[in-house]
Design a protein around this ligand. Structure first.
Ligand SMILES: Nc1ncnc2c1ncn2[C@@H]1O[C@H](COP(=O)(O)OP(=O)(O)OP(=O)(O)O)[C@@H](O)[C@H]1O
Ligand SMILES: CC(C)(CO)[C@@H](O)C(=O)[O-]
Ligand code: BAL
Length: 288
């Protein structure tokens, strides 16, 4: 595995790979790798000649007072894990190299960013789209891999790629979980022992909601139950729990085929997200 630290070198390599006719799979991450990231790399490895993983804690997607400084980082450990997962190039640029100057141009997501994490983290998805646009131009991938844990991000990136004709196929990778059901996340290491013991209750609340929704098709009842369960988790603060059409992230209506039940919960300064995708049965009662 080769480590690449500059944008210029990464662009030269990607151009050369394309000249050689190699297909490129891109796995964008912020590092502190876990099995969720490795599942993305594994999916890329299976269908691409060359796998590029980026590790970049993107300052543009963190708001004031968020955890940019304390976001976990361990490049040496990440390199070993990425190499084991079959990554060919690990792209680890500096913020100065990624954002040498600001010409003031902004990429603004549409209404998909007005809900869920977008409403609690204003500007977050502007920053995500900015870095994704740059990563796509720098690495010219055929396919890029994203986890369903960040389902809103995935939906917004799919729209971005479709609306702006990026020649990239977006691949969705299912959520990888700890044995007790907690979604793997780099931020999990920042939980105290007590918080870590309570955190799997997020998944349990969503599973309970899934069951209620599949049985009754009643969104109000489902959300009330999920919120009640999430509010009862000791030491946790419920940020949101919502049921929306996926991937449009609009309120569900009679034509809705798939619904996302998504939640964000804070344990002190550690913010965790999780979701479950629910098929809407033809026979399900009205979801309003
Ligand atoms: N548990 C998981 N299962 C599948 N994909 C995941 C999982 N966790 C993260 N990913 C995906 O990995 C990519 C990089 O995510 P990122 O580096 O932010 O990791 P993270 O664990 O989500 O970190 P955090 O949630 O603490 O920001 C994203 O596409 C994300 O959806
Ligand atoms: C996609 C991403 C790498 C962009 O910085 C980030 O938002 C993440 O890790 O999910
Ligand atoms: N995986 C989401 C990146 C973030 O929280 O900024």
């Amino acid at each position: 595995m080769k480590r690449i630290e500059t944008v210029e070198e990464m662009m030269q390599i990607a151009r050369q790979l394309r000249r050689e006719g190699k297909s490129i799979g891109l796995v964008p991450t912020m590092g502190y790798l876990h099995e969720g990231h490795l599942a993305l790399a594994g999916a890329a490895r299976k269908e691409s000649d060359m796998v590029i993983m980026s590790i970049f804690v993107n300052p543009a997607q963190f708001g004031p007072g968020e955890d940019f400084e304390t976001y976990p980082r361990d490049l040496e450990r990440d390199c070993a894990l990425a190499e084991e997962a079959g990554v060919d190039y690990l792209f680890h640029p500096t913020a100065g190299d990624m954002y040498p100057q600001d010409g003031g141009i902004r990429i603004l997501p549409g209404p998909q960013a007005d809900v869920l994490c977008g409403s609690s983290r204003p500007g977050h998805f502007d920053g995500v789209l900015k870095v994704i646009c740059k990563l796509f131009n720098i690495t010219s991938p055929d396919r890029a891999y994203f986890g369903e844990k960040d389902a809103q991000q995935l939906a917004i990136i799919e729209t971005f790629v479709r609306d702006f004709n990026f020649p990239v196929e977006i691949r969705r990778v299912p959520i990888v979980r700890e044995e007790d059901g907690l979604a793997k996340s780099s931020r999990n290491v920042r939980l105290s022992d007590a918080q870590r013991n309570e955190a799997p209750a997020i998944r349990r609340a969503l599973e309970c909601g899934e069951q209620i929704f599949l049985e009754t098709g009643n969104a109000g009842e489902t959300l009330a139950a999920v919120r009640r369960l999430l509010q009862k988790i000791p030491g946790a603060e419920l940020e949101y729990a919502e049921l929306l059409e996926y991937p449009s992230l609009k309120p569900a209506d009679a034509d809705t085929k798939e619904i996302i039940l998504a939640a964000a919960v804070g344990f002190g300064s550690v913010r965790l997200i999780d979701n479950v995708l629910l098929p809407v049965k033809e026979t399900a009662p009205c979801t309003k």
